[in-house]
Design a protein around this ligand. Structure first.
Ligand code: G1P
Length: 287
């Protein structure tokens, strides 16, 4: 079944980026000149997504405004005959249909996704987390869609991660089926390195079957009161096969400071209008 809807959980408080995120959403922090959330939305659109569902919270209005028309700005750009920028600004608001749902309290990723139950209905859908920015030839969510088409089941993106960093992720117990394709036998959220069942970490791209909603309804909150998507998926495993796909592409953890800096430098170096000059500048740095 073709995946038409994509869910973007953007209600997180962004505490890892304070004070920058005190009054502005972390999703609006720019990589070069585009907010993080736009990279992820464009990845979904490039993969053929037609409807974007954002799960927002208080203080996140800038995200809605970013994907809306900006009458005053367009008027000013027209007045200055700045057609190139006008087109870019209009393109953003014409991307696809956007829906916004509020998650009133930060009760976890699983809880956020459960909020979309009525809007999604009885069809498989995509989930994209804005902290994971991926540079790849084929959009990562499209790579998962291809696997979903073949197996008609939920598919999760995974990547090999150093054991010392593994406790920042959901981790799968894999059974290898094919090149880059695994059946998930079990999974655990943020294990200590010695308890991790493998070095395959869950990265923020998922294709989920609608049965995830009943699975999430059965999931009890963890110690911090949050409903984890990983544990919802664990319930789903009892009912359906769930696959993992080791995607092709370079992933940046833009949700932490060092990852964000690496992404900024590498995205700038790849830009045709900035890359050469920026490379020259970096080479000449003496600090
Ligand atoms: C979430 C998921 C985790 C996954 C990670 C990927 O954690 O709960 O399983 O590995 O995203 O980025 P978070 O980073 O939101 O704490």
């Amino acid at each position: 079944m073709k995946i038409k809807k994509a869910v973007f959980p953007v209600a997180g408080l962004g505490t890892r980026f304070l004070p920058a995120t005190k009054a502005s959403p972390k999703e609006m922090m720019p990589l070069v000149d585009k907010p993080l959330i736009q990279y992820v939305v464009e990845e979904a659109i490039d993969a053929g997504i037609e409807e974007v569902i954002m799960i927002t919270g208080r203080g996140k209005n800038a995200i809605e405004d970013h994907f809306d028309i900006s009458f005053e700005l367009e008027h000013a750009l027209k007045g200055k005959n700045n057609n190139k920028m006008l087109e870019e600004v209009q393109r953003i608001s014409n991307l696809v249909d956007f829906w916004y749902i509020r998650q009133k309290e930060p009760l976890g990723l699983g809880h956020a996704i459960l909020r979309t139950k009525d809007l999604i209905g009885n069809e498989p859908f995509a989930v994209l987390l804005g902290d994971d920015i991926i540079h790849s030839e084929v959009p990562t969510i499209k790579q998962l869609m291809n696997i979903h088409e073949k197996y008609n089941a939920s598919v999760i993106a995974v990547e090999k991660v150093d054991k010392k960093d593994i406790s920042g992720y959901g981790v799968i117990e894999p059974k290898k089926l094919d090149d880059r394709v695994y059946q998930i036998m079990d999974m655990v959220e943020k294990p200590s390195p010695q308890d991790a069942p493998s070095d395959l970490a869950i990265i923020g791209r998922y294709i989920l079957t609608p049965e995830i909603f009943t699975a999430l309804e059965k999931t009890v909150p963890d110690k911090s009161g949050e409903i984890q998507l990983t544990y919802g998926l664990r319930h789903l495993l009892k009912q359906q096969v769930v696959y993992a796909y080791q995607f092709e592409g370079k992933r940046y953890d833009a949700g932490n400071k060092l990852g964000f800096l690496k992404a900024t430098v590498e995205f700038a170096l790849r830009r045709p209008d900035l890359g050469d000059k920026f490379r020259e500048y970096l080479k000449g740095l003496e600090l």
